[in-house]
Design a protein around this ligand. Sequence first.
Ligand code: ATP
Length: 355
Amino acid sequence: MSIEIREVTKHYGSFQALKNINLTIGKGELVALLGPSGSGKTTLLRMIAGLESIEEGSIAFDGKDLSTVHVNQRDVGFVFQHYALFKHMTVFDNVAFGLNVRKKSLRPSKKDIEQKVHELLELVKLSGFAHRYPSQLSGGQRQRVALARALAVEPKMLLLDEPFGALDAKVRKELRRWLRKLHNEMHITSVFVTHDQEEALDVADRIVIMNKGKIEQIGTPSEVYDKPVSPFVYDFLGNVNLFHGRLQQGKLNLGSAQLDAPDYLDKDGADAVGYVRPHHLKVERIRQNKDEIAAKITFMHSVGPTWHIEMRREDIEAYVEVELSKEEFGQLDLKVGEIVYVSPKEMKVFIPEDF
Ligand code: ATP
C-alpha cells in the first residue's frame, strides 16, 4: 500500500506541531521518521494511523483519501514502544487477539488461527514461547510478540513508534537487523519513528529527517548522510567539520586557505561556513598546494574498518576530525604529533540565512 501525504499541518492549541508536510511512501518501502524530541515524528505517525484528525491537507492510501475509510478498515498494524501486551494472556493469545476479535463471519477457524499463530511465532523466532506470559519474557522478546500480534491480521501497512526504544543497545541492534530481514521477506509498507540516527541509517530504505514540525530532507541513508541539504542535517546525522570564512569570488576564504565554493559566486563578502564530513577530508603528508589546511595530529584510534584522527589546526584554535579507511591510513603512515595537510574532497557552504 502506498501513502501520499499532502500539505498536512497540525496544531495543538496555538502550537504548530506539523507544518506543510509533503511525503510519498511507496508500496513495500521501509521509511524512518527521524528527528530530535518534539520534532513531530509521533504526531505524523499518529496522523497516518488515523489517530489524530487532519486539520489541513490530506493523507491517502493507494490514492484513496483516508477520511473516507473507517479506522477499522485501514489494514494497519501498530507496534509502539510501550504498547504493552495483555498481561493476563499467554503469548499465543496475544498474537491471536486480532483474529479472535474479528466478527464471526470474518474470523478464521480455531485450527487456522492456531496454524497462523505458530507460523508467526516461528517468524519472530519465539516458537517455544507460546504458553508463556509477557512477564516471563525479556524486553526484546516482548517486542517481537508485539510485532507478531501486529502481523497476525495481515496488515498492508506497519506503523512502528520507537519499537525498540526501551531496549538496551545490543538487543536494539539485533532487533533492527532482524526487522530489516523480516521486511525484506514480507515487503509490507512500513513507517517507523526513531530518534536514533544509527538505527535509521542501518534499517531504512529512505529517511525523513524532521525538525521543528517540518521535513528537512528526504533521502536514502547515503543521500542524507553524504549530501545533507542543511546545517541541521549535517549536525544531526553525524560528525562534521566546520570551516568558518568569508566568500570571495566563488571561494571560501579561511585566511590561511581558499576553498572552492562555486555555489555562492554572487555572495561576495558574506560570512559563511563550510561543512565537511570527516570522511570527505583528504590528508597529505607533504603540502601539495597552498590551499591545504595545516594541522597537527593529536589523537588516532580505529573503529572497525576506519581510522578516526583528531588534529589541531595550525592557523586557528580549532580541531579537525578525519576518517580514513584502513588502506588510506596504512599508506600515509601517520603518527601523533606530526603536521599534515588536509583539504575537503566534498564540502557544502552555508551562509547565515540558511540557518
Ligand atoms: P519524541 O521523540 O520526544 O517522542 P516527537 O518528534 O515524536 O518527539 P511529537 O510527539 O510528535 O514529537 O510532538 C511534537 C510536538 O507537539 C511537541 O512539542 C509536543 O510537546 C507537542 N504535542 C504532542 N502531542 C500533544 C498534545 N496532545 N497536546 C499538546 N501538545 C502536543
